[in-house]
Ligand binder design. Structure first.
Ligand code: SF4
Length: 529
């Protein structure tokens, strides 16, 4: 299905927009690493870069690492941009900068696919997934790279099957500068949670790559220098349970062959706890983290958001089951739901203590376009403009100030250093000890890897252990880890813990958005020219 017969050569500049400082991107941890300065390589743009005609030179810039320069724009004949709603302002800014060089700019990805009208200045809108629209865009640029007189909207009707996707052009990204590697096996989710745009955008019947593609991608990530953790960005790793079971033996084999060089992570619904056959294979494949959208511990709230599948096992029991296979649970939590009561914040804090989950992303409810929640709130007249200075576009049933102050209190209390390190201590003792005992590979014993570890330890000891104001709590935790010879646990927990503590402090005094989707504090992050 890939477009053929293109003889003209075009130089394409792919620019990925900056993220705003956010709870889930770990910026406060970067100064403790050995040079990490961005979160994950973007799958979408690297996929498009790989899909372009082979003879088209492509330059990839992630503005989370460095801004696109005058020289980049002068080099290019056309610019491609992709991103999510939260990067909307930055994407429009890239378009403005590219137009200053009279370049045609095309935008694709989830945000424009859901809301084409957010992007009036772009020359080409690529709506939908990789497919006939992509081929048409390539043909048009091959014929004429100049800016069209009017905006051209290209919609994918015929998608390229994921089994025919090329390997994303990881070689164009500076993979070593990312906190995590990324990979995608499936797209779509069979559930229909009220607030979620995934089923509307990508469908309810997950589309899949083949296990062989995933293995080839892992090999390529490794060749490009990714070590450490790789995150499956699939909307729901068990959206198609049979497909997950088909893939896992291949991952196990790959890990055995390569000496378990990568720790794996994914997103999955909490009902994964009912599938011991999947959990056991995940343990063998060295999955160490599962992100579960728990959203709320309140069963009534889960029911009304159509997330009943979270109640297939009691929530705390489900978390414990996942932990028992060596996997730490990371959880998404939403506040500001219609079912919230004045005591919801306290109930949430009790849940944080009981679940012993160290990392919970706690957000205010935000209505995303093309979701059932959006439609309902629109009918009820409860949708607010994005730019009215609030942290959410939802008119909550409780007073706004009460919801925000409850959120701030939850952030402040949940991430007090004593509480957070107590939860990490539990994970070290009861979860990490359940993990596969993997051999130490020559790669891990290499001087480069040892040096990396030493740099991180030096940074952690100096910036947290000496200069940090919670150093007493840190040393209590760190000495325990050192006594157990658990350097990896010490580095990972301290780095992420530092981010959580610092971010939560800023959040609790109103210096961070209460929603990952809010644009209130976002303008400052547009890169300078
Ligand atoms: S389970 Fe997760 S991905 Fe699926 S619809 Fe619900 S929130 Fe979205």
């Amino acid at each position: 299905m890939r477009v053929e017969g293109i003889e003209t050569v075009r130089r394409i500049l792919c620019v990925f927009p900056r993220y705003t400082s956010s709870f889930g991107t770990f910026e406060y941890a970067y100064p403790l690493t050995d040079g990490v300065s961005a979160f994950m390589p973007p799958q979408g743009l690297l996929l498009i870069a790989a899909y372009l005609p082979e003879n088209w030179p492509v330059r990839f810039i992630d503005e989370n690492l460095r801004p696109a320069t005058k020289e980049d724009f002068e080099w290019a004949e056309a610019v491609f941009v992709s991103g999510m709603h939260i990067q909307r302002q930055q994407m429009n800014d890239i378009c403005r900068r590219a137009h200053a060089f009279d370049l045609a700019v095309a935008i694709g990805g989830p945000s424009v696919s859901a809301c084409p009208d957010y992007y009036p200045s772009f020359d080409y809108l690529h709506v939908g997934e990789l497919g006939d629209a992509t081929n048409e865009l390539i043909r048009r640029l091959a014929d004429d790279p100049s800016r069209p007189e009017q905006q051209v909207v290209l919609k994918t009707a015929d998608r390229v099957p994921m089994s025919e996707f090329p390997i994303p052009a990881y070689e164009l990204a500076e993979v070593k500068k990312y906190f995590l590697g990324s990979i995608q096996y499936s797209s779509g989710c069979p559930y229909q949670c009220e607030f979620c745009d995934i089923p509307g955008l990508y469908g309810r019947n997950p589309r899949l790559k083949t296990p062989q593609q995933i293995i080839a991608e892992l090999d390529k990530l490794r060749e490009c220098g990714v070590t450490g953790s790789v995150y499956f960005v699939d909307d729901n790793f068990i959206g198609n349970r049979k497909a997950a079971l088909d893939l896992l033996p291949h991952l196990v084999e790959w890990q055995k062959r390569t000496g378990y060089v990568m720790r794996l992570a994914c997103e999955a619904t909490l009902n994964i706890a009912k599938r011991p056959e999947i959990l056991e294979k995940m343990r063998e494949a060295f999955f160490v983290t599962v992100f579960c959208g728990i959203e709320t511990p309140d069963p009534e709230a889960l029911k009304s958001m159509h997330k009943d599948h979270n109640m297939m096992v009691p929530i705390l029991e489900g978390i414990q089951t996942i932990n028992s296979y060596g996997m730490e649970v990371v959880s998404g939590i939403i506040m500001g739901l219609d079912t919230d009561k004045p005591e919801t914040g306290d109930a949430l804090l009790a849940f944080v203590d009981e679940s012993r989950i160290p990392l919970l992303t706690i957000n205010l409810l935000q209505a995303l376009p093309k979701t059932p929640l959006w439609d309902r709130l629109e009918r009820e007249g409860r949708l607010l403009a994005d730019d009215d200075g609030r942290d959410s576009n939802v008119e909550f049933l409780l007073p706004y100030d009460q919801v925000v102050s409850s959120w701030r209190k939850c952030m402040e209390v949940a991430y007090q250093p004593e509480k957070l390190f107590a939860r990490y201590q539990y994970q070290c003792e009861y979860t990490y000890t359940q993990r596969l005992k993997v051999p130490v590979t020559p790669e891990q014993k290499s001087w480069a890897n040892i040096k990396r570890g030493l740099i991180m330890l030096r940074n952690i000891f100096w910036k947290v252990g000496v200069l940090g104001d919670y150093r007493k709590v840190f040393w209590k935790f760190a000495l325990g880890r050192l006594r157990h010879g658990d350097i990896e646990g010490l580095i990972a927990s301290s780095m992420i813990g530092h981010h959580l503590i610092m971010f939560a402090r800023a959040a609790s005094v109103g210096q961070q958005n209460a929603s990952n989707y809010s644009i209130r504090l976002r303008e400052a992050s547009v890169p300078a020219e």
